[in-house]
Design a protein around this ligand. Sequence first.
Ligand code: PLP
Length: 374
Amino acid sequence: MTIPLSAPDITEAEIEAVTAVLRTPHLSLGPELATFEAALASYHAVPNAVAVSSGTAGLHLALLTLGIGEGDEVIIPSFAFIAVANAVLQVRATPVFAEIDPLTLNLDPAAVERAISPRTRALLVVHTFGVPADMGALRAIAQQHGLVILEDACEAIGAEFGHAHHARRVGSFGDLSVLGFYPNKQLTTGEGGAVLACDPAHAARLRSLRNQGRTGTGWLDHAEPGYNYRISEIACALGLVQLSRIDEILALRRAAAQSYNGLLATIPALELPPLTLPGRVISWFVYVVRLPKNVDRDRIRAVLATGGIATGTYFAPIHLQPAWRAHPSARSLSLPITESIARRTLALPFFNRITADQQRQVAAALQEAIRSCE
Ligand SMILES: *Cc1c(COP(=O)(O)O)cnc(C)c1O
C-alpha cells in the first residue's frame, strides 16, 4: 500500500536510546524498566506502573491480581479488540457482552446495569479509539454493586475524562488499568504494555506474576506459579523516548483528525467521528468513519486498495467472531447497536506523520469510491 493504515513514528532520539542500551550488559530487568515505570506512573498520576510484554499480558495479570476467576462474570464490550474477551477466558471467568453508546462507542452505562447479575465481579472498561468512557456513571454503578473496574486504556494514552480541574487521565480511574504499546498505538515499544496500580500490594503481585511468580528474594524463590511477561530494556528505552514526546504525538494526531473532518465534511451521509465531546479529551488512536448505509464496505475497501490506500474495519464484534460465536456468552446473543455500527465502520490511514497531501488523496479517493459504489 502506498498509504499505510498506521505507521510508527521513530526519531533519531529513539534510535540512539535503543542503541545505548545495546552497549550495556543490561537487556532485561534493568534501569530502563525502573525509569520507564516511574515515568508512566508519574504521567498518569498513579503510584505504580508495572511494565509487561504486551497489553494482552497486562489484561491477563490484572484480572489475576484482582482475584477474578471461575464463576465470576466480567462485563465487557463486544465492539472491542478480541484480547479483552480472551483475557477473561484465560482466567476462566465469564465475559458478559454489553451494548455500546453509539456516539462514544464505549460501554453504555444503562446496558452495563442491565447486564449485572449476582455473579458480576468486574467491569472491563475499554476507552475505544481513544475516546474516554463515561467513568462518572460507570464508577457509580461499580460502587453501588460492589464491582471492581479494570480500565483498558490500550487505545487511549493521554485521554482525559472529567470537567476542568476534575479532569484526569484515563488509566487513573480503575482499580487497575492497562496500557498497550503495539506499533499502531500512540506510544510504541514494538511489543509491550503496562498495568497501572494504586494499591502497592497489587503492584507487588503484578511484578511477581510477570516474572515467574518470583518473590524478589532469590531468582529461584517462587511464591506462586507465574508467567514470563517481562519487557526488555530495549523496549523500555524506546518507550521512554516516546513518552517524552507524547504531547507532540497527541497534537499531531489531533491535527490529522481535524483535517480529515474538514476534508470529508462534504461527502453526503458519511458519518465522521466527533472532534470534541463534553468533559473529555480524546487521544486519537485511529480515525474511523461510518459509511453511508447503502454502500458496500468491501467494495469501497477494494477500490481504495487499488489506489494504494490501506483501510481497516475496526471492530468486528467479538461475539460474532468464529473464535467466540459458539461460546455460551456469545451464542444467540444479539447486540443491534454494536452490530449495525460495526458493519459500517471504516478506518482510514492515520499516523503521526501523515501528510496533508496523503490526507487529501485519501479523502478524494473515498469520495470517488462512495460515488462509484452507490
Ligand atoms: C491494542 C489493544 C490491546 C493490547 O494489545 P497487545 O497487542 O497485546 O499489546 C488490548 N486492548 C485493546 C482494546 C487494544 O486496542
